[in-house]
Design a protein around this ligand. Structure first.
Ligand SMILES: Nc1ncnc2c1ncn2[C@@H]1O[C@H](COP(=O)(O)OP(=O)(O)O)[C@@H](O)[C@H]1O
Ligand SMILES: [Mg+2]
Length: 377
């Protein structure tokens, strides 16, 4: 629900004298919140670069437009502007608000609208400030998943440990039996099956233990370009029976990230493999790296750092909305030969690197998984 503020401390002042107004201008240019000002008719008078980015329209396309047109069918945003314009009050909405745009998916945002008063006290119009919350939402989702996973992981690791010992006993006994039976006994086929199956369980158990308690990361400088190049090489080979184009768009200016090369390789291998497997016959897997502009991680107890985004997009089957939350659950799989552990392990590795994962998917069209890693630890 929108929340009212006392007008006295909520108002945004008009022009500032002298140098200060240049400074005001610079602040507007540089902040990452979209700022859009309206005259008393409700037509756009001013907007900053962040507003152009958020609205996905240029300043020229928006200037002079009426708010009704700008926020067409977006009742809450219109309501905020109206309250600020017509009632001269400032007002906030930060719950469940989405900005609808034509080309891309709705963006979670919060918004604050305030009247603009000239120095003489007359109201000049109103301003709305909109903040993109998608990063924060991704961080929250990531933490929620990690929480659930760590509980499951502890349980799984305990269980795995308990199974591993008796399993060793079964395998040992089968081996002894096999020796006792001698080379020519027809019963040896059975003991061989016992040994083989016990080994298979062992592999599963070890994977499970990895999930609960993987080795502590060995931190070093990791060249992401190299890691991703190697993965593509392998995946191209694996995709020989399909018509898949692997497209790489690396930002060459990205410095090495601090992380565990083995774990990061495993992480991206899992994601690229999923992208490949999501494509039935022909399609494209696009891997893009870029520095996340102006973004600093501000998780609890963490030092802020610039982030690097690694986006893996596919033109595959997409993920149904009702499966979104389940795909991270260990052993959840929609594939015949899937283990269902890939994403659970990926999430764990991301968490260990203080990163986060964002998922965008459109069923029938494809999926983008974006891993954000801090450049410094
Ligand atoms: N890129 C993707 N496109 C579509 N579905 C995906 C994608 N990545 C993961 N999934 C879904 O998430 C499930 C779990 O993935 P994962 O944990 O890697 O296990 P697995 O690949 O063994 O099934 C998959 O079975 C699939 O349904
Ligand atoms: Mg997988």
């Amino acid at each position: 629900m929108p929340r009212d503020h006392a007008t006295a401390n909520g108002q945004v002042k008009g022009a500032a004298p002298g140098n200060e107004s240049a400074l005001y201008g610079m602040i507007l240019e540089n902040i990452d919140r979209a700022v859009i000002a309206f005259d008393h008719e409700g037509c756009v008078t001013l907007l900053n670069p962040a507003a152009e980015a958020l609205m996905e329209r240029s300043s020229r396309q928006m200037r002079g437009r009426h708010c009704q047109e700008l926020f067409k069918d977006q009742e809450t945003l219109l309501y905020l502007v109206r309250v600020a314009l017509e009632e001269g009050r400032s007002i906030t909405d930060d719950e469940g608000l989405y900005l609808h745009r034509t080309s891309t998916a709705p963006l979670p945002v919060n918004a604050y609208a305030a009247p603009i008063f000239a120095s003489r006290g007359n109201q000049e119009g109103a301003v709305i400030i909109i903040r993109d919350l998608s990063r924060i939402r991704a961080l929250e989702d990531s933490l929620r998943r990690a929480d659930r996973l760590s509980m499951l992981g502890t349980l799984a690791a305990g269980l795995a440990h308990e199974i591993k010992n008796p399993l060793g006993g079964i395998k040992g006994a089968a081996q002894l039996l096999s020796m006792e039976l001698g080379e020519e006994s027809s019963l040896r086929d059975y003991t061989q099956i016992m040994i083989k199956e016990a080994e298979r369980i062992n592999v599963i158990i070890e994977e499970l233990m990895d999930l609960g308690n993987p080795r502590p990361p060995e931190i070093g400088d990791v060249d992401l370009t190299k890691v991703l190049d190697d993965i593509i090489l392998l995946q191209r080979e694996a995709a020989r029976s399909q018509q898949i184009r692997f497209v790489l768009k690396f930002d060459p200016s990205i410095p090495p990230v601090q992380g565990d090369e083995g774990l990061l390789t495993r992480l991206f291998l899992n994601l690229v493999k999923n992208a490949r497997e999501a494509i039935n016959h022909d399609g494209e897997v696009l891997i893009e790296t870029r520095i996340a502009s102006n973004y600093h991680m501000t998780g609890p107890g963490r030092r802020s750092s610039p982030m690097v985004d690694i986006a893996i997009s596919d033109t595959g089957c997409g993920i149904a909305p009702e499966e979104r939350d389940r795909i991270f659950t260990p052993y959840f799989t929609t594939k015949n030969k899937g283990s269902g552990l890939g994403l659970a392990i990926a999430q764990k590795i991301i968490e260990d690197h203080q990163g986060l994962l964002k998922i965008e998917s459109s069923p029938g069209h494809g999926t983008t998984m974006t891993v954000s890693l801090p450049l410094r630890r």
